[in-house]
Write a protein that binds this ligand. Sequence first.
Ligand code: NOJ
Length: 459
Amino acid sequence: MPEQDVATNGRFYWGSATAAYQVEGSPLADGAGSCVWHEFSHTPGTTYHAQTGDIAADHYHKWPEDVELMKNMGLNSYRFSLRWARILPDGTGVVNPRGLSFYDRLVDSLLACGIEPFVTLFHWDMPSALFRMGGWSNPDVADWFGDYAAVVVGALGDRVRYWMTLNEPYVVSAEGHLVGNHAPGMRNIYQMGHSVHHQLRAHIAGYRAIKAARPGARVGLAVHNAAVWPGTGSGPDIAAAERAEGWHNFPMFLDPLVHGRYPPALEPRLRPFLPVGYENDMPALQVPPDFVGINYYHGYYVRDTSDNWLGFVEVDGPEAPRTKMNWAVRPEGLHRVLTQVHERYHLPAVFITENGASYEDRVVGGAVHDADRTAYLKSHIAAVLQAKREGVPVEGYFVWALLDNFEWAHGYSQRFGIVYVDFETQERTVKDSGRWYGELARAGVPPQDQELSAPSIGS
Ligand code: NOJ
């Protein structure tokens, strides 16, 4: 099928993404409650140069300009997250109308510009009040999340058609509760296991609340992925790669939702840290989402080891260029992940909900010549279109990110935007990559003179 048919077959969303704590700033404005990232980043020693999301890209005030930017670039969709504690300052109970009104106005403005809103309910900013009651370790969190979902779908559900309950629950569990370099900074393997299971329960509560109010809404979740290859063809290394994939990628969350069990390669190691009696919840978790959101950045190789809990260790793979995050650029890995997710679950739709790269950017004469990022986007979009041609039901692609933003523990040292943000003046400059991506989005196909070359697809 020619490229044109692939990209324009039905409605294809070309968008960009952000998350509330990373771009909004004003974390406590207009009656909002605190969240774990606010407290974590204000704790000395947690983030690069003690940077916080207090101002970030000031999207809380500059959103009209940002919507205009998207419109002028030609993007037809925007993935953003709601900050739970703006809407429910204590996480449950009393609604803060001023917080809700911020998102209400944003949605109206997007729609007026022909931009489809894709809303994420939880992108890591657990309300502090709920964290004090145990956060993701407290089984009640599923009800708290379901109530929150009911409030927002009640307010926005007449206009928002695409919902993601959770963003990268793996990172919340691993980085937030085991490694501790993300909020809430816990280092406890039991809290890790509990947070995996209770995030799944919360997803279901959110899914049900949205469907109850809006049966036609499409509800999914966005999951973390890194392509994983075994370092050798040996049986133990292949098994190690399966464990790594189960842990880092879609299986830990999608196997329960689609197949009603944790991934077989991982479950024996995860089981001791899951809540007692977790098996009883599995039938209720088996509700396939309407779509899966794939977040993808890089790929790596592993070998078997007995030196750590999960039994795999990263090893050198074939040479690949690196981004500023030191992530290996492997577009063929995005094709691999898309193919795997489709073969394993056959879900009705797949979105690439995040893909992008951080590079050293500079404004020179009013422009940002980020050729590396443009090359990154071209090669990854080619991989997506190839997977789509081969039958993976991809319906949209979102660049991470619309704007340079607060990259969690890395603060402002990593720029992922297709729009440069001067954090002193808050001035926006569309990077060359944003111009290229805008042309693609407007045409719905790759620009004629810049054919996308497909990456060489390995096994
Ligand atoms: C995935 C996360 O969802 C997002 O918040 C983060 O900024 C990007 N990865 C880049 O690390």
